[in-house]
Design a protein around this ligand. Structure first.
Ligand SMILES: *Cc1c(COP(=O)(O)O)cnc(C)c1O
Length: 377
């Protein structure tokens, strides 16, 4: 059965996520990738993304084909010189992914790791930057989607700025829903993608890069296709993507952005996600589920729950039963404890969250799960 988004289920995931019907319908048209109308559409998207982070005067927006990781790898490989040295703040899988990329790229890397339930350590960061003048860049994840943890991006930025280094932010799962402004966060690059809080379809990422840094980055990249500098030059030269763009996805993103802006932009989106999150977490806690993170450091993007200890609970059975009722949830990614995740982003409103909670309650009842605590009590 189709719902109002033209789909037979809702995605309670961190992306790809449920898109609006109009966003999906925007993909029904075939575009000429070198047609001026498609170039105009690309230009509008690039300009709008810059204004979302108040970066029109200082930065440029460079879309990159592929998933979000492609944009992250392009930004790291292009903006960090080969003799650069990067301090990476890690508290989950996406921080670890940045470390892997840098190792493959052969950039010298220092890892500051905190546990997956602990924000990055800004004091330790400051001390390391003072002590080691060779560190040229710091990389951080804004919302670590592994858990839903929100890192203290303002404090990180202030520390990096005070020490005169450059900051790269993977804001993939936060962009558009958690405030980030070039006016008070000093960054060389912010990376995000089409299929998270801006609610487009998957198919490209984008980098908001400081123009002066980008100008210096010519020749840094190890890669032909992931060369952010070359990609930028091409957009500047003729307004076109360097290689075949995901035309349908770009058109869908233009529609999704239009909806984002007309619905009230970041404030409205953040308020809706917070409301979704409140409904979900309130009901889950009433059922006895325990949150993995302290609410103080939790972003309203995705919630991580401890797996119940009740022997009648089985994640695969729970997942399948919810899917049968039209809700796809997400497995856990925490390395130390058994968890699962439920996303609050995408075309989800209180009505869908209330329905999801009703279905979860019913499924647990059918499974014979009476105790949702993480430990037997
Ligand atoms: C989604 C996400 C990415 C990119 O993942 P892809 O699967 O490549 O799209 C990177 N970082 C964070 C924090 C994310 O949430």
């Amino acid at each position: 059965m189709m719902n109002e988004t033209g789909n037979d289920h809702y995605l309670l995931t961190p992306g790809p996520l449920t898109t609006s019907l109009a966003t999906k319908q925007a993909m029904l048209r075939d575009w000429g990738s070198r047609d001026p109308r498609f170039s105009a559409l690309t230009k509008r998207i690039r300009q709008r993304l810059l204004t979302l982070v108040d970066a029109s005067e200082t930065h440029v927006c460079i879309p990159m084909q592929g998933s979000g990781t492609f944009a992250v790898e392009a930004a790291l490989g292009t903006l960090i010189p080969r003799q650069g040295k990067v301090l990476v703040l890690v508290n989950g899988a996406y921080g670890r992914r940045i470390v892997s990329i840098l190792q493959i790229l052969g950039r010298e890397t220092i890892v500051h790791e905190t546990t997956e339930d602990t924000p990055c350590d800004v004091v330790r960061l400051g001390a390391a930057l003072e002590a080691d003048k060779d560190i040229s860049h710091v990389a951080v994840i804004h919302c670590e989607t592994t858990s839903g943890l929100l890192n203290p991006i303002k404090k990180v930025s202030d520390t990096v700025k005070r020490c005169g280094r450059r900051l790269l932010i993977d804001a993939m799962s936060a962009f558009g829903a958690i405030p980030l402004s070039a006016a008070d966060i000093q960054f060389d690059a912010v990376m995000a993608s089409s299929n998270k809080c801006l609610e487009g379809a998957p198919g490209f990422g984008f980098v908001i890069a400081r123009q002066t840094s980008l100008v210096e980055s010519e020749g840094n990249s190890h890669s032909l296709a992931l060369d952010l500098y070359a990609q930028w030059r091409c957009f500047e030269k003729n307004g076109q993507w360097r290689f075949t763009p995901p035309t349908h996805v770009v058109a869908a993103f233009d529609q999704a952005l239009e909806e984002y802006l007309s619905q009230g932009g970041l404030e409205a989106r953040a308020a809706r996600y917070r409301e979704n999150y409140g409904i979900l977490v309130g009901a889950m806690e009433t059922l006895g589920f325990e949150m993995y993170l302290d609410p103080e450091i939790q972003a309203p993007i995705i919630a991580t729950f401890h797996t119940p200890a009740d022997p009648n609970f089985d994640f695969a059975t729970f997942y399948d039963a919810l899917a049968e009722e039209g809700f796809l949830i997400y497995p856990g990614k925490i390395t130390s404890v058994d968890t699962f995740r439920i996303g609050c982003i995408g075309q989800l409103y209180p009505a869908q969250m209330n329905e999801a909670v009703r279905v979860i309650t019913e499924v647990l009842h059918t499974m014979g799960v009476s105790n949702c605590h993480a430990q037997e009590r």
